[in-house]
Design a protein around this ligand. Structure first.
Ligand SMILES: C[S@@+](CC[C@H](N)C(=O)[O-])C[C@H]1O[C@@H](n2cnc3c(N)ncnc32)[C@H](O)[C@@H]1O
Length: 400
């Protein structure tokens, strides 16, 4: 069964709890109905409503959230591995995320033609801000499906007012976003996939085994099924497949069995504990938290991350002008496989041909650069260990 069908079957099989007066399935829109333009750089003073509340009110509500110290790391993390699980309520006070492979990204994108630059995974706008500062002939269209990222990005880009539009949307809807802004072609694009450090480090978002929090893991909290729903309603076979396909988890069988047995599971600590207890002792000694692959796999399934990537890349290829460039940074093998396959197809290369053959066909729409992609420098790995799984690929639109 394909990954996409796991998701749809899951949707069908779920028993939906009541939220407010409507069953969850009635409140859910898997494809958000329309773009939510949150703040326009062209019209910075305009207040635009997103998700029912004026942005200012949302900001006020969020400012009321408490901040505290950062979480502990495995294996000393008190929130996991003990049945008497201690609740570590932490919240980073400020959006913080270090842009990965920033130097490499800038050296590729600083050469794009002038025009519109699409950041499909805006986050805190770390990459985009640096690029706009480098090139004053670029105009940014920034997409992120996480409203908290927009707040951070708007702050980061405050000095560049008039040079960006930020849109709350999922990146596979980039055609609707660009059409909505009357943008036909783009000069460059960036997909810095996965989650931000802020999302990981905010316990209430439920992404991390390091902090206790509700099992949520949705990047867009206004829509979709959350991790709690998925963990408590997925069949053994589907859970096994999710863990294998999205987490490359060797112990998928044991973990899937343990999850089913331990239900209901409501928090990140409970899930982490179930996984730790299900692992064979020898595997617990290998580097990295034993639950990291399970959390990654469930996050990918919750956010439908793999299924939408190929179509988003193909739409980007169509939108680029000749010599326009696109950079993609992926953080796990499943993601990178899709990026590689999509780009090789667009470059007119068959995936099966030997390394040294052949020349791209005449129908190629993109020119590829490296075969295996770039990885972070030693310095970056020391300074930002979270960059360790990053793999950067980029291409240029053919035409000239
Ligand atoms: C790794 S962070 C990007 C960080 C950013 N490059 C920076 O320097 O601040 C990834 C961001 O992409 C967003 N994201 C991931 N998948 C997305 C999707 N399918 N559509 C829209 N946003 C997405 C996440 O919410 C997150 O904020």
């Amino acid at each position: 069964m394909k990954a996409g069908s796991i998701y749809s079957q899951l949707e069908r099989n779920l028993t939906y709890p009541l939220m407010g007066s409507l069953p969850v399935y009635k409140m859910r829109a898997f494809t958000p109905p329309a773009c939510h333009l949150v703040r326009s750089g062209r019209n910075p003073d305009e207040r635009i409503y997103a998700g029912g509340l004026p942005v200012s009110e949302k900001e006020r509500n969020r400012d009321g959230m408490r901040s505290s110290s950062p979480a502990n790391g495995y294996p000393l993390d008190p929130a996991v591995g003990s049945s008497d699980c201690r609740i570590t309520r932490t919240r980073p006070s400020e959006y913080s995320h270090q842009p990965v492979m920033l130097g490499e990204v800038l050296s590729i994108l600083e050469q794009i033609p002038s025009g519109y630059f699409l950041d499909a995974t805006l986050g805190g706008a770390g990459h985009s801000k640096a690029l706009l500062e480098l090139r004053d002939d670029l105009y940014l269209v920034g997409i992120d499906q996480d409203e908290e990222a927009h707040i951070a990005a708007r702050k980061a880009l405050a000095d560049l007012n008039g040079r960006f539009d930020l849109v709350h949307e999922r990146f596979d809807r980039l055609d609707a976003v660009l059409d909505g802004l009357n943008v036909n072609k783009i000069s460059g694009a960036l997909f810095d996939l996965g989650v931000s450090s802020f999302q990981l480090d905010t316990p209430s978002r439920g992404f991390s085994f390091r902090n206790d929090g509700p099992l949520d893991m949705r990047m867009n909290r206004a829509t979709g099924i959350n991790a709690e729903n998925l963990v408590n309603n997925t069949s053994y076979q589907d859970m096994f497949r999710i863990l294998t396909q999205y987490g490359d988890e060797r112990h998928a069988k044991r973990i899937a069995r343990a999850i089913i047995k331990a239900r209901p599971i409501a928090t990140t600590s409970q899930l982490a504990e179930v996984v730790v207890n299900a692992m064979p002792s020898a595997s617990k000694k290998s580097p990295g938290h034993p639950a990291r692959r399970t959390f990654q796999a469930i996050r990918i399934a919750v956010n439908n991350e793999i299924e939408i990537l190929e179509s988003a890349l193909n739409k980007t290829i169509d939108r680029l002008i000749p010599n326009g460039r696109c950079v993609i940074i992926s953080y796990h093998s499943g993601e990178d496989r899709i990026v590689k396959r999509t780009l090789r197809t667009a470059a007119g290369l068959k995936n099966t041909v030997p390394k040294h053959l052949p020349k791209p066909s005449e129908t190629a729409t993109v020119r590829l650069t490296t075969r295996s992609g770039q990885t972070p420098s030693e310095d970056e790995l020391v300074q930002n260990p979270r960059s360790s799984s990053a793999r950067l690929r980029w291409f240029e639109k053919a035409g000239d």
